[in-house]
Design a binder for this molecule. Structure first.
Ligand code: SF4
Length: 107
């Protein structure tokens, strides 16, 4: 038997099998996102100012589609709320020029 559940940060996760179109309304999706945000362990959460900075960049990005990133498929509010996550674009739109320069060896 194949166990389709996997654990992410100690939280058992089942693969999502629904489309947003299957959800009754936007409020239902918003409640789900809030619930998922609440499951991110404190030590893995992005500081609120940093989350706001990231989401501001997403709002001005052409890859934002109905709350998801067209490059990675993530809900940007969830991706931005996880400290270790990066913007999937190249260059990373969430990093300042200074951060990008320091991440490149010998730059
Ligand atoms: S995560 Fe990056 S590429 Fe995706 S929508 Fe946000 S800024 Fe744009």
């Amino acid at each position: 038997m194949v166990n389709s559940a996997r654990e992410v940060s100690g939280i058992p996760r089942q693969p999502c099998r629904c489309l947003t179109a299957d959800l009754p309304d936007a409020a239902a999706l918003s409640r789900l996102l809030t619930e998922w945000l609440g499951q991110i362990p404190e030590e893995e959460r992005t500081e609120s100012e940093e989350t706001a900075w990231r989401l501001d960049r997403c709002r001005r990005c052409d890859f934002l589609r109905d709350g998801t990133c067209a490059l990675c498929g993530c809900y940007v509010e969830l991706r931005a709320a996880k400290r270790r996550m990066r913007c999937p674009d190249l260059p990373d739109r969430w990093s300042s020029e200074e951060e990008l320069r320091s991440s490149i060896p010998n730059c």
